[in-house]
Design a protein around this ligand. Structure first.
Ligand code: 8ID
Ligand code: ZN
Length: 356
């Protein structure tokens, strides 16, 4: 059994919008304190998702627990397990922590493979402490096995961003050759959505802003890029999206933007029978659907919330086969506050991953 220190580093905040502090002497849960089903994971890398920023800002209707160690894209190895834990995983197994830390596995949602909507779901970095630390407690039934040979820093962003967009694509009602718009395409979720969509043969139009993001998405084989800041007049973005999608608009639009404006015109640029997949979670935002056109164009609006255990395995498999490769900038765990500042400005192309 590996040596487990009594304390280690964690990044903590005590209240939403309050100071974010690096605690170098954060208590590490000891193996003897773990309950059956719990695992202690020594984290190597963690991605920073915009959800973590929403959590710190208290953006959503139900605030996170406080004090909180955020983070839910953690990659590391199991170093201890509670007595009586029933699992195939072993000490040393590489595993990932996801947003969904635990669920009951017995309710209608869980039995139907919709674990995220389990009434007893535990959420990493929201209702339980997450991955912005060196040692985290998680749950054997929900940690995701990371394929041997896949680098931990590559696995990390797949564990939320990758899983979520892979699931969203599966819910988009598209087939190879169809047009899909990814709005927020240059961000953490979006740049992976472009890659998964391209990998399965969709024609991808990215919407975001700036030349860095334009170049990044072109390197993944996106068919078009629309800079939303260059199409600001009334109806201009709708016109441009329709134009690049064969004149009729896309078969689906997956909104991964962290800003509400991306939702505004999506229903208007979709082609008949098109699907709007809502993924981004801007605060206080509503989707305005004109009833007449929703009916006459037979549109679908679908909310897509992370993915289940199998979606996570599939999402990592794309990365292991190098069909999908996150664009990473690696920083130290201590840099979380600076990362949030840059994220708030929309200035990150791809994902920032922190070394734990
Ligand atoms: O399960 C889920 N549904 C789920 C899972 C994980 C994350 C939802 N999310 C949510 C996050 O909480 C957040 O609201 O998805 C959103 C995006 O997360 P992210 O990809 O981690 O954020 P980012 O890296 O900051 O990227 C956001 C991108 O949106 C662009 C920005 O330029 C940035 O590249 N963007 C914005 I802000 N406004 C835009 C607009 N009007 C826009 N792109 C197009 N049009
Ligand atoms: Zn996330």
């Amino acid at each position: 059994m590996p040596d487990i220190p009594k304390t280690a580093k964690a990044v903590v905040f005590d209240e939403c919008n309050g100071p974010i502090r690096v605690d170098n002497e954060h208590k590490v849960v000891q193996p003897s304190e773990l309950k059956a089903g719990e695992v202690l994971v020594k984290l190597e890398y963690t991605g920073v998702c915009h959800t973590d920023l929403h959590a710190w800002k208290g953006d959503w209707p139900v605030p996170p627990k406080c004090p909180l160690v955020g983070g839910h894209e953690g990659a590391g190895r199991i170093v201890a397990m509670g007595d009586g834990t029933d699992t195939q995983l072993k000490i040393g197994s590489p595993v990932g922590l996801k947003w969904l830390a635990d669920s009951c596995l017995n309710c209608e949602a869980c039995l139907g493979g919709q674990e995220a909507t389990c009434a007893n779901a535990k959420l990493s970095g929201y209702t339980v402490d997450g991955s912005f630390q060196q040692y985290a407690v998680s749950y054997a039934k929900h940690v995701t096995p990371i394929p041997e040979g896949l680098a931990m820093e590559i696995a990390a962003p797949i564990l939320c961003a990758g899983v979520t967009v892979w699931k969203a694509i599966k819910q988009s009602n598209t087939k190879p050759g169809d047009f899909v718009v990814i709005s927020g395409a240059g961000g953490g979720l979006g740049h992976l959505a472009v890659q998964y969509a391209t990998a399965i043969g969709l024609r991808v139009v990215g919407i975001d802003t700036g030349d860095d993001k334009r170049k990044l998405l072109a390197s993944y084989g996106a068919d078009d890029f629309i800079d939303f800041k260059q199409h600001t007049g009334k109806g201009k973005l709708i016109e441009e999206v329709k134009r690049v999608c064969g004149g009729e608009g896309p078969h689906a639009a997956i909104i991964t933007s962290a800003g509400g404006a991306a939702y505004n015109e999506a229903l208007e640029y979709l082609r008949p029978h098109g699907t709007l997949v809502a993924v981004g979670l801007p605060p206080n935002t509503t989707i305005n659907a004109d009833v007449f056109f929703t009916v006459f164009k037979a549109l679908r609006i679908v909310g897509s919330y992370v993915g289940n255990r199998q979606d996570a395995i599939e999402a990592l498999d794309f990365a292991a086969r190098q069909k999908v490769k996150p664009m990473l900038e690696i920083q130290n765990l201590d840099k979380l506050p600076e990362v949030y500042e840059r994220m708030e400005k929309g200035g990150i192309a791809g994902r920032i991953v922190l070394k734990c």
